[in-house]
Design a protein around this ligand. Sequence first.
Ligand code: UTP
Length: 271
Amino acid sequence: MIKQAIIPLAGLGTRLLPLTSVFPKELLPINGKPGIEYIIDECIEAGIKEIIFIISKKKIMIKNYFYNDKFYKNIIKKKNDPRIIFEYKKILKYRKMIKFVYQDKPLGTGDAILKTKKFIKDKFFLMLLPDDLIIKKNCSKSMIAVHKKYKCSVMASMSVDKKTVSRWGIYKINNKIDNDNFIIDGVIEKPNQKQAPSNKAVIGRYILPKIIFNKLSSLKPGIGGEIHVTDAIQSLIYNDEKFIGHNFIGKYLDCGSMHGYINSSLEIIKK
Ligand code: UTP
């Protein structure tokens, strides 16, 4: 079973400036609820027991959000408002599951993952990128079911317009298992249209093997000067590690870009 999840939160969020100049994007409200709470709820519903947040000193507000007891206790004493009591209890429930680790410099998702190395207990763990919201159907839960069946790594995937492949990690299909699951032959980060081996993009949900840490520790910076998880995955596939691309059913919302962020609340209201 997959019991641990990790969530990289140490990026700068430059695409959402000026909203992110002092405020972490993961706490920005999406239809009245901080984006990160959707991600935690997805984990809980998928059976995850522990979540490791990778933050930075600049994003300490994320930790403070879960440790503001004095404030809540004072307000509850004064107002005894059931809604506030409910919200505080929810925060306490979340906090019990969360561990914080730090990435001092945003050197890339691969480097962020490496910071969790000594905390990962089992052979496989889940990673969620919080910018990628998937609503209507729990993507992590479906991926865990695929992992249980095939006992291997799994990445969430989605078909994208060929013209947009340079925005994503794109994978090459080796074999089709069924309409929703594909054995992956390789993955390339942000290829141009000519380089792209397919139009199947990797979306921010991964079930990764613990051995990925060996690859990450020796990885050189890739495209954009960052250490990408995709490059470590490519290297694992090269060494015959089995990866499945899972075409998820839910609706994908890109909350990391301004247009996507604004649109996400509108899409959730439609639900
Ligand atoms: P992104 O590259 O999409 O987000 O990383 P970003 O860097 O925060 O935002 P932009 O591109 O400047 O607008 C995907 C996820 O990985 C985390 C980010 O916080 C985001 O949740 N991340 C990224 C890290 O934790 N560390 C890094 O070094 C880079």
